[in-house]
Design a protein around this ligand. Structure first.
Ligand code: ARG
Length: 231
């Protein structure tokens, strides 16, 4: 934290991930970190009048680093949950998501919804709301990988029967790297909302919320949204 009283622009540290399409990921051509969250936090910083220093780390690391105050801001498609709210303050919600199941093309009949996963191997990411959902609501054999791309690969190669994860990420992956071989089945499970994360009691949260209000009013938020999710 380096807020100054003499009108100089403060610089805040931002923790994010780099393996969560299309929110934060490395563009294969330019080798740069891009995505909806990256555009959004840059626009917020510009609007609020501060600079940011982005640090990339794996998602579970962000969830545990934010409460410790090591970073001023965390943005990583993080679902606002009651449990996380005990240690983290969240901004207003900025994206409506939810969980969806996906299987290898051709096995939609075997697993057509979450009701069919008991006794099957379901892959997901460790420390995610999907892992918690599977634990609480199913009798599936849960395989929680350090990175979600490994979970997708395990379905594509037939080692896991299905994958459960955030719908926007599943759909984006299915259309790109998934090459059409990963297909979603069943309904959206558990609606979720993403929020920007702050250490408890952070004064920055209100500033960010106000900047987000302005971006929503000016249409800039919609522009960024449409760039990544289509209009
Ligand atoms: N929304 C889910 C959660 O909060 C998954 C988020 C994963 N994000 C990431 N950057 N890998 O648990």
């Amino acid at each position: 934290e380096s807020a100054t009283e003499d009108g100089e622009r403060p610089t805040y540290s931002v923790a994010t991930d780099n393996n969560y399409v299309p929110f934060e990921f490395i563009d294969q051509e330019t080798d740069e970190l891009v995505g909806f969250d990256i555009d959004l936090i840059n626009a917020i910083a510009e609007e609020a009048g501060f600079d940011i220093e982005i640090e990339q780390m794996e998602f579970s690391g962000i969830v545990s680093a934010i409460p410790s105050g090591r970073f001023d801001i965390g943005i990583a498609g993080m679902t606002i949950t009651e449990e996380r709210k005990e240690n983290i303050d969240f901004s207003q919600p900025y994206y409506d998501a939810g969980l969806i199941l996906a299987v290898l093309e051709g096995s939609e009949e075997e697993i057509s919804s979450i009701d069919d996963v008991d006794g099957k191997t379901v892959a997901t990411r460790v420390g995610s709301t999907s892992e918690a959902y599977l634990e609480e609501n199913t009798d599936a054999n849960i395989e929680a990988f350090p990175e979600i791309t490994e979970a997708y690969q395990s379905v594509l190669t037939g080692r896991a029967d299905a994958v459960l994860y955030d719908k926007p990420n599943v759909e984006y992956y299915a259309e790109t790297e998934g090459g059409g071989e990963l297909v979603t089945v069943g309904d959206l499970l558990q609606g979720e909302q993403y929020g920007i994360a702050f250490p408890k009691g952070s004064e920055l949260r209100d500033e960010v919320d106000e900047a987000m209000d302005n971006l929503k009013e000016s249409g800039e938020f919609d522009e960024i949204y449409n760039k990544w999710f289509g209009g």
